[in-house]
Design a protein around this ligand. Sequence first.
Ligand code: SF4
Length: 395
Amino acid sequence: MPDPTPPRSAYLHIPFCHRRCFYCDFAVVPLGDRAGKEAGPGSASIQEYLSLLHQEIAGAPTGPPLSTVYVGGGTPSLLLPAQIQELLTALRRQFGFQPGAEITLEMDPASFDRARLEAVLATGVNRISLGGQSFDDEVLAELGRRHRRADLLQACNWMDEAHSSGELRSWSLDLIQNLPNQTLAHWDGQLDQALASRAPHLSIYDLSVEPGTVFARLAERDQLPLPEEDLAVELLARTSSRLAAAGLSRYEISNYARPGHASRHNRVYWSSGGWWGFGMGATSAPWGERLARPRTREGYRAWLASPDDALVGEGMPADDRLLVGLRRREGVDLSELDVDEAARASLERRWMPFFEAGLLQRRAGRWQLRDPEGMSLSNRVMLEVVLWWEELEGP
Ligand code: SF4
């Protein structure tokens, strides 16, 4: 196994949202829908959290200059530009930034206007990830989102203007597919609008029903009519073929980019490279070991007060390395796994039917999901990884 490289990437978690969307199980602090002092960026709750975040950054060991920074959430666009600037300054002070570093901020439609976007870009942010999710008002309401189609169209226009004028280096639009009652015709309409937005990067996620969410409760009551598997596969294949035809290549199972617009930061996660993480619920992997911070503000505050308490940590086990690696177009090299030859051979036997069915291919020693067949049916291949790992680990 090669030595872990020193981290050159950092993730900052901003947990605040107006409300929790119906499918979301992230580490989030809902502030309520009303804007203003109570729920706004000047609120005591946000200021207190930011001071904890600054404390954690200032206490981190130093390392080489960062080449990527990702400010995610939550809804980081609820912060004032000055607050974003202070966080970036703290990172710069601690690590420095490499020339041309990629600095991404997640923004949600209806949480900013053109002037706010300009002010955010003036802080050094040069890539925006826009949480659009859907161009359909009814779907947005069903997802529990706060913004509506008009907000998203407006936000896309501002992004495109800023990108075309050179103010913004790149931007990405997030959409969710495989939604309740979704049809192929409906999804085609969504893809038309995504392409019309001229976003140079699209992240298209399958809806996943997470325990404890409103959607999980609806599913338990049989009130979440998700597409059948055949349609789900067709939706995924349609996404891949239409985006490829439009010049957006799939570099990861959920991510598509025009040349030069793949997210450098995301590649760090998928390549199992090291990264710093700061904030409640954030995971870091500074030296090959993943460390998960507490997912509540109280837990995070308590952990910062007793830094001797170890975080929940573990090396990345082989099954996780496979599940992460298979998502990437580059695929996985089984010889890099920390398992013996017999275990590798048993996984290859499990994968053989997928290889013969054309879902998996092997190129230059790397196993890869074929696009679109394998990526659309990736769950089947990944299930075999989970079963293989359970068998290896034993009862
Ligand atoms: S805006 Fe994003 S982070 Fe916040 S609740 Fe909705 S999905 Fe979760």
